[in-house]
Ligand binder design. Structure first.
Ligand SMILES: [Zn+2]
Length: 763
C-alpha cells in the first residue's frame, strides 16, 4: 500500500525539477568560488585566511538552512496535499465535505493556542478572529449579509424567469431603485402625491378638495371600509392588529383596540403636505381654510387621544358584539370583513378570532368614541379620516432619497421586508440543502429530551413546578425554516401566479394571488403588496398555521415566543458555515444545537417563566421555587457585574441581560446533556483535529458563533440591539466557567478563571 507521503511520479518530477533548479543555482555559486581559487594561485595565504573566515561558515550555514527549509516546504505540500494525488488513501474517520474542511480551517485560523484555555477560553478560540475578517460582528451577522447579497445577486442577474414570485421581487426592486435615484426622486414624489389623491377618491368625498361637498355626501362606515380595503388598520378612532396571545383558548386574535398613535406632524407641515397632494393633482385649495380644516382634525385627534388606556383593560376580553353595541355608529363587522379577500376570505372563521378589551374609549358610558362621532360635524370627520390616510401613505412610501446612498441597500431591505417569503424562496431554491431542515428538526427533539432530563434531575425544583416545566418542554412547538405546506413544489410560487386556475391554487392551499404589472409605479406596487399581505394575515389569523406571513425570513437567527411556546428557526441559520447536515453530530450540537437550546432556555428565563405551556401568563411556580430561582439569577448577575470586559460599555446589568444569561446557562447545559446522550462512536473527526477529544471540539465550536471584534462603540447603529445581551466574551467565559463538564474536559485546575470554585447553575 502506498504511504500518504509517497507522491506519484508526476508530482515527483515536478518537485525534483524544482529542487534541481535550486541545486543548480547553488552549484553555480560554488563553481564561481572554485574558479576564483584556480585563477588566483598566488593568493594562497589570503585564500586560506578566506576559508578560515567565520563569515564563510555563516554563509555556508545559511545556504544549508535554505536547502533544508525548501525541502521542508516541499515535504509539507506533499503531506497536506495541496492537490492530493488520485490514489491518496482515505484517512479514516475524517469529515471531508467542503463544509467540514472549512470549519476546521476556521477553528485553526481563529484560535490562539498561546492562550491557556483554562484562563480565557474566548481568547483561546477567537483570539485571531479579527485577523481573518473585516466583518463588524459575529459570523451570524456576516451570514445575514451573505444571504441578502445572494438574493440581490439573483435579482440583478439578467436571467428570464417564469416564476411569478421572482418576477415580483425583480419588479419591486427595479421600481424601488429607479424611483429613488437622485435624478428621479422629484418625479417620484410628485407621482406619489397624485396616486395618493387617486386613492383618496376611492375612500370617499373629501371636503377640503371639493367645494361642492355637502353633509349628505358623508358616510362614515363607507369611508372606514374603503380605508380598510387600502390595507389601513389604524383609523384614528380605533385600530386593529394581530395579537398572538391566547385568549379564550384561541392562540391568535385579531383585536380591536383604541388607536395608540396620534398625528405626529405639526399643523403647518400637515397643511403643506395636503397642499402638495392637491397641487400635483391639479386641485387648488384656499390656504386660509386649509389651515382651519387641518386644525379641526388635529383637535379631534387630540380629543380621541384623551382616553385613558389602562393595561388592565387587557386581556379582560370583550366580544365583537359587545364592542359593537357600545359603539353603535361604527360598523365593525363590515370594516373587518373588507380585510378579507373578496372571494376566498372566510368571514365565519375570521369573526371567531376577533376580540377586544373593556377599553374606556369604547365602554365609558359618559363619553366614548361613539359620543364623539355623534357630536362632531361630518365635515370634520371626513377631513380627519382623509388626513389619517395621507399621513399613513406619506410615511409608508416616501423613502428618504439619502437612505439609498448609505451603506445599506434600502431597496433590498424593502423587498425582503415586504415580500419575505418570495425572498427566502430564492435562497432556498438556489442555495439551501433541504436535508439541513430535517436534521435540524431532529436536533430540536434531542435537545427537548435533554431539557426534560435536566429538569428531572434538578436538585431543588418541587414536584409541582417540575411537572409544569416538563409539560412546557413537551408541548413546545417548532417551525424549522418553513412549514409543511410550503414543501410542495411551487406552493409558494402559486401565490404569485396569475395564470393558475382557481381550483389549482385551492389544491395548493393558497387562495391569494398578487397581480403586479411592469407598468405599476412603486407606490402602486407597494399598495398592491400591502393589500395582499393584509389578506394573507387574515388567513393566518383564521387558520392554525404557525408560519406568520409578515415575519422577516432572511436573517440567520432563531427565536422563542413566550406567548406561543414556539421555537422558530429561520432558514439562513441552518446553512453553512453555521450548519450542515453532514457535520459530525458533536459539531451540529455545539453550533446550531447550542443556540436552539439557548432559545428554548427563554421558556424559563426571567420573563418566560411567567408563561405556561399554552403561552398564557400565569404563575405556575411554587413560592419556594420562585425564591430559589431568583437567588440563582442573582448569582449570574453578580458574575456579570464582576466580569472584566473591554466591551462592557453601555450595557446594563438589568433583567433583559439576566434573561439572556439564564437562557445561556440553561442552553449550554442542555446541549451538553444532549451531546452526552448521543452515540459519537461513528462520528468523523475534523481535518487536523484527528486525535482531538470531540468534547473539546464541542466547546470550541460552541464558542465560534460569539467570536467578534472588540467593540467599545456600542452606539454603532447596527449593534445597538446587542446591548440586551451580555458581552460575547462573557457569553463564552462566564457561561462555560459555570459548567463542571467544561473544567473536566479541559482539565482546568480548581481556581483557574474557567474553573472557579463558585459556579452558578439554574436547574
Ligand atoms: Zn436569547
Amino acid at each position: 500500500m502506498k504511504s500518504a507521503f509517497q507522491p506519484d511520479n508526476s508530482k515527483n518530477s515536478r518537485i525534483f525539477s524544482v529542487r534541481d533548479t535550486e541545486n543548480s543555482r547553488l552549484l553555480d555559486v560554488t563553481q564561481s568560488m572554485e574558479n576564483d581559487e584556480e585563477n588566483e594561485d598566488e593568493k594562497e595565504d589570503e585564500k586560506m585566511s578566506k576559508y578560515c573566515n567565520p563569515l564563510i561558515f555563516i554563509i555556508i550555514f545559511l545556504v544549508v538552512l535554505v536547502i533544508l527549509m525548501l525541502s521542508l516546504v516541499v515535504f509539507w505540500k506533499l503531506e497536506v496535499g495541496e492537490s492530493c494525488p488520485k490514489n491518496c488513501p482515505e484517512l479514516p474517520n475524517e469529515c471531508k465535505t467542503a463544509e467540514c474542511v472549512a470549519l476546521a480551517g476556521t477553528l485553526l485560523s481563529w484560535q490562539n493556542t498561546s492562550v491557556d484555555p483554562c484562563e480565557d477560553f474566548y481568547e483561546y478560540t477567537c483570539g485571531k478572529y479579527h485577523e481573518h475578517t473585516a466583518n463588524e460582528g459575529t459570523r451570524m451577522h456576516e451570514k445575514d449579509e451573505i444571504v441578502l447579497n445572494l438574493i440581490k445577486h439573483f435579482i440583478l442577474k439578467n436571467q428570464s424567469t417564469n416564476s411569478r414570485s421572482e418576477i415580483a421581487l425583480k419588479l419591486l426592486y427595479k421600481s424601488c431603485t429607479e424611483s429613488h435615484r437622485r435624478e428621479n426622486i422629484e418625479d417620484h414624489i410628485e407621482r406619489v402625491q397624485v396616486e395618493i389623491f387617486q386613492n383618496i377618491q376611492k375612500i370617499g368625498k373629501w371636503p377640503i378638495a371639493d367645494k361642492n361637498w355637502k353633509e349628505s355626501d358623508f358616510d362614515l362606515n363607507e369611508m372606514l371600509t374603503n380605508m380598510a380595503k387600502l390595507h389601513m388598520q389604524d383609523f384614528g378612532f380605533f385600530e386593529t392588529g394581530l395579537v398572538e396571545y391566547p385568549i379564550n383558548g384561541s392562540p391568535k386574535q385579531l383585536i380591536i383596540r383604541p388607536s395608540l398613535d396620534r398625528f405626529s406632524i405639526s399643523q403647518e407641515k400637515l397643511a403643506e403636505t395636503i397642499f402638495d397632494v392637491l397641487r400635483f393633482s391639479g386641485h387648488d385649495a384656499l390656504r386660509k381654510n386649509l389651515l382651519r380644516d387641518v386644525q379641526e382634525s388635529l383637535d379631534l385627534d387630540k380629543e380621541l387621544g384623551n382616553f385613558y388606556i389602562s393595561l388592565n383593560s387587557w386581556p379582560i376580553s370583550a366580544s365583537l358584539e359587545e364592542v359593537q353595541s357600545a359603539v353603535p355608529n361604527i360598523d365593525f363587522e363590515r370594516i373587518m370583513k373588507s380585510f378579507l379577500h373578496p372571494e376566498h376570505g372566510n368571514w365565519t372563521r375570521l369573526k371567531a378570532k376577533i376580540s377586544s378589551g373593556r377599553f374606556d374609549s369604547f365602554f365609558n358610558s359618559k363619553n366614548n368614541i361613539s359620543a364623539i362621532i355623534s357630536r362632531t360635524k361630518p365635515r370634520i370627520l371626513a377631513n380627519y379620516l382623509i388626513l389619517k390616510y395621507i399621513e399613513y401613505a406619506q410615511f409608508f412610501y416616501a423613502l428618504a432619497p439619502i437612505s439609498l446612498e448609505s451603506e445599506y441597500d434600502t431597496c433590498l431591505m424593502v423587498i425582503t421586508s415586504f415580500l419575505p417569503r418570495a425572498a427566502i424562496r430564492v435562497f432556498v431554491r438556489n442555495h439551501f440543502k433541504k436535508e439541513n431542515k430535517a436534521v435540524a428538526s431532529e436536533l430540536v427533539d434531542v435537545i427537548k429530551k435533554a431539557y426534560i432530563e435536566m429538569i428531572q434531575n434538578s436538585t431543588w425544583l418541587h414536584e409541582e413546578t417540575r411537572k409544569k416545566a416538563i409539560l412546557k418542554v413537551e408541548t413546545l412547538k417548532k417551525v424549522i425554516g418553513y412549514t409543511e405546506e410550503y414543501e410542495k413544489e411551487g406552493a409558494l410560487d402559486a401565490m404569485f401566479e396569475t395564470n393558475l386556475r382557481i381550483s389549482e391554487s385551492i389544491m395548493l392551499g393558497n387562495h391569494f394571488q398578487l397581480h403586479l404589472s411592469p407598468q405599476d409605479s412603486f407606490f402602486t406596487l407597494m399598495t398592491k403588496i400591502n393589500r395582499f399581505k393584509t389578506e394573507q394575515l387574515m388567513e393566518y389569523v383564521s387558520s392554525d398555521s404557525l408560519f406568520n406571513p409578515v415575519e422577516k425570513t432572511t436573517t440567520a437567527n432563531a427565536y422563542y415566543y413566550h406567548s406561543k411556546n414556539l421555537l422558530s428557526v429561520l432558514v439562513p441559520f441552518l446553512d453553512k458555515p453555521l450548519f450542515d447536515f453532514q457535520y459530525p453530530k458533536y459539531v451540529a450540537m455545539a453550533g446550531v444545537g447550542r443556540i436552539l437550546a439557548h432559545e428554548i432556555g427563554h421558556a424559563f428565563d426571567t420573563k418566560g417563566r411567567h408563561f405556561n405551556e399554552l403561552g398564557e401568563k400565569t404563575d405556575w411556580w411554587t413560592p419556594e421555587d420562585s425564591v430559589e430561582y431568583d437567588k440563582r439569577v442573582m448569582c449570574l448577575r453578580d458574575q456579570f457585574e464582576n466580569f472584566k470586559d473591554p466591551s462592557y460599555g453601555g450595557r446594563q446589568n438589568d433583567s433583559e441581560t439576566a434573561s439572556e444569561m439564564v437562557a445561556d446557562a440553561l442552553g449550554l447545559e442542555a446541549s451538553w446533556i444532549a451531546l452526552e446522550s448521543m452515540d459519537m462512536s461513528k462520528e468523523e473527526s475534523l481535518v487536523k483535529f484527528g486525535n482531538e477529544d470531540f468534547r473539546k471540539l464541542f466547546f470550541q465550536v460552541a464558542a465560534l458563533d460569539f467570536c467578534s471584534p472588540t467593540r467599545i462603540d456600542t452606539h454603532h447603529p447596527r449593534f445597538l440591539v446587542d446591548l440586551s445581551h451580555p458581552t460575547n466574551r462573557f457569553r463564552i467565559n462566564g457561561a462555560f466557567s459555570n459548567l463542571e463538564s467544561f473544567a473536566k474536559t479541559y482539565e482546568c485546575p480548581v481556581g483557574s478563571r474557567m474553573n472557579p470554585e463558585k459556579k452558578c447553575r439554574m436547574f
